[in-house]
Structure formats: C-alpha cells, structure tokens
Ligand binder design. Sequence first.
Ligand code: ZN
Length: 224
Amino acid sequence: MPDLALQAPFSEIRHSPATQNLCGIKQGFRTFVHLFEYMIYPIVALGNPVLKERAKEIDLRMPELPALIEDMFETMYQASGVGLAAPQIGKGIRLFVIDAEPMDEENLKGAKMVFINPLKIEENGTPWPYEEGCLSIPGIREEVKRPEKITLEYLDEKGEKHKKTFEGMLARVVQHEYDHLEGKLFIEYLSPFRKKLIQNKLNDILKGKAKADYPIRFALQTKR
Ligand SMILES: [Zn+2]
C-alpha cells in the first residue's frame, strides 16, 4: 500500500491565489477537490507546550499524512517561511517540510523537501553564525552558531528512505527544523546576556501581545 504516496508531485499542485481563497471553506468536500484546496493552519507561538516536547514517530499508515504535508507547505508559504515543523502547527509528530529556494542561494535550488521520522546521525564542521528567525517567535532575529554539516536519516513523502548530509544554508534550515522535533527553539542557543536583552519581547509573545503577519495562536490566547 503506497500510504505515503501523494496524488501528484508538489510542483503540480501549486495553485493560483484565486483557489487559495477556498482554503478551509469546503473541507467536507476535501476528498473530491483535494488537489485544489488546502488548509492554512495557525502557527503556534512560543509558550505552547507542544514546542517544548520531543515529537513522536509517525505511524506511516496515517491516512491523512499526504494532505497534512500539502497543508504544511501551504501554511509555510502563507507565512513566507522556508521551513515548518509539525509542532509549529500544534502537532507533536516527527515531520517537517522545507523550501529554502526563496533564500536565493546557489545550493538551495530544488531544496523543496519533506522529512518524515528524521533521525540525526551526526553534525560536524566548524560552527558558523547566522541570524535566524522562527515563525513561532515573531519579530525576533538573533545570531546562532551551528555546525557546518548535518547528516540525517529520514523518509520522504513517498516513504522512501534517505541518508543525506546537508551543508551550508540548507544544513542551517534542516538543523533549525530538526530542533523543533526535539522540543528545542533557536533562542535556547543564545547567551544569557542576549536572552536578557530580548526578554521583554519574549514576554510579549508569551502574553500574546506580539504581532505576526500570518495566522498565529498565542499561548495565552483563547482558542477560537
Ligand atoms: Zn522555528
């Protein structure tokens, strides 16, 4: 049973802005118009316990997995992100998607990928700094040092197993998203001094006083 097979390659199911407006309206008919509509999830913000937990392995027979993957891509594009991990939409499962092509770096061409049940094999190379941001921590960008390379074992959206080493900016995106599955956020790498400097902003996010230009669910915001 091709449980993980998508009905069509991602490149064929990208849609025009007009169809995007249908999101969430006709969910009941999803099975029939599956290729033409998506659900945009709100991003869960810092303070939500799901972001602090180690995400659980996915049962590959999960029937809603192909649709969830598509929805995660759409949610990520809507928020102008280059990576999105399932805990960021409130799902504590080992799944993340990336599409780092908008970052316009040579080694990122064709960098649209799905990682199911990834496992870190090793990280190595000289740590280098880069200013990171996170959709779950809006308005904060801070420099984080990470090793140059990361090697992961994972399944793709077709259920095929890979063992791959990522380098440079692509490694950076993968490392950030992988951390989400381990319940770790990039601000945990900051020095106590840097963290103190942004503490007020973090408190605002915790209290739901921050702003984001995409749908976001703050920890203290009551569920709508
Ligand atoms: Zn993040």
